[in-house]
Design a binder for this molecule. Structure first.
Ligand code: SF4
Length: 289
């Protein structure tokens, strides 16, 4: 069996950075309690390892920070949070380590800058997603109206796009979805400022997967079953390849894959390197038998 990895797979820059910050927090604070605000990444294998290292998960809104959290470190994950959340943590005497992805920080800053100038901020994305909640919090902290648009229908339903309006997106939205929303709002106000805040990480993994599918008989997509970008990789692979499965660990490799001649591997942006290595090793060990 020939095993081929996609040219781009696994951790994106922001997730790798967040994981490194969490590891640094553990090393530098052996005598403190370490928490992350919500799960650091959407991957059960990685979360189990963090748990063993003593990293616990707090509710995303820090609502359970009612107790005395002195002598604690709280890590803000790559999605970022509303500024008020960080302020609240600090008033409780918590040391905050901010692992917000630099790309998300840039979106937060741009939303805040336009808000300061009196713009209405439109955000394209999932209104319950931590990143969108965080960015809207940055815009609203300067008194701006912030409207989240999830689908084309939401954009069509907007009654008024004020003269001073700006549109930003969740970093992981697809370009085609964003363009549709932008076109609808532009039709209501041709002066709306459209910013491109889409992160290339998702698209790079998608493109590499399309290339990979041309060379293999089946593809294993390694990642969390609740990870949006991993599920998107699965949908693409299912369209392009006869055999495509999403697995979280090597134990879930379908038997069929051990009989294929050419197997492709890809992984979502929150899949740790060691999980990818374990899947590859399981396939190779079978080869050697
Ligand atoms: S997908 Fe992009 S924006 Fe999101 S954490 Fe990764 S690098 Fe940052």
């Amino acid at each position: 069996m020939k095993i081929e990895r996609a040219e781009v797979l696994g951790y994106c820059m922001g997730v790798r950075r967040a994981v490194e910050i969490a590891e640094k927090a553990c090393k530098e604070n052996p005598d403190k309690k370490i928490f992350t605000l919500g799960p650091l990444i959407h991957n059960n294998s990685a979360l189990e390892i963090f748990k063993k290292k003593g990293i616990n998960i707090l509710k995303e809104d820090a609502g359970d920070l009612k107790n005395d959290f002195n002598n604690s470190v709280v890590i803000v994950r790559a999605h970022g949070v509303m500024p008020i959340v960080i302020d609240n943590l600090k008033t409780k005497g918590v040391s905050v380590m901010d692992a917000t992805c630099p790309r998300v920080l840039s979106s937060q800053k741009r939303a805040a800058d336009y808000a300061k100038k009196g713009y209405t901020v439109f955000l394209a994305g999932d209104k319950n997603h931590g990143e969108i909640v965080g960015i809207s919090g940055h815009a609203r902290s300067y008194g701006a109206e912030c409207i989240v648009i999830e689908h084309k229908d939401d954009a069509l339903a907007v009654q008024n796009v004020p003269e001073k309006s700006v549109l930003l997106s969740q970093t992981t939205i697809s370009k085609s979805e964003y363009d549709v929303i932008a076109d609808v709002l532009k039709a209501k106000n041709s002066n709306i400022v459209i910013l491109n805040t889409i992160c290339p990480a998702t698209n790079e993994r998608q493109k590499a997967l399309v290339k990979l599918c041309k060379n293999v008989d089946g593809v294993l997509i390694i990642g969390g079953k609740n990870s949006a970008n991993t599920k998107r990789l699965l949908r693409t692979a299912q369209e392009l390849c006869n055999h495509a499965f999403l697995i979280e660990t090597a134990k879930e490799i379908p038997k069929l894959f051990f009989s294929l001649k050419r197997v492709g591997l890809t992984a979502g942006a929150s899949t740790p390197d060691f999980v990818i290595d374990e899947v590859e090793a399981a396939l190779e060990n079978h080869n050697a038998e």
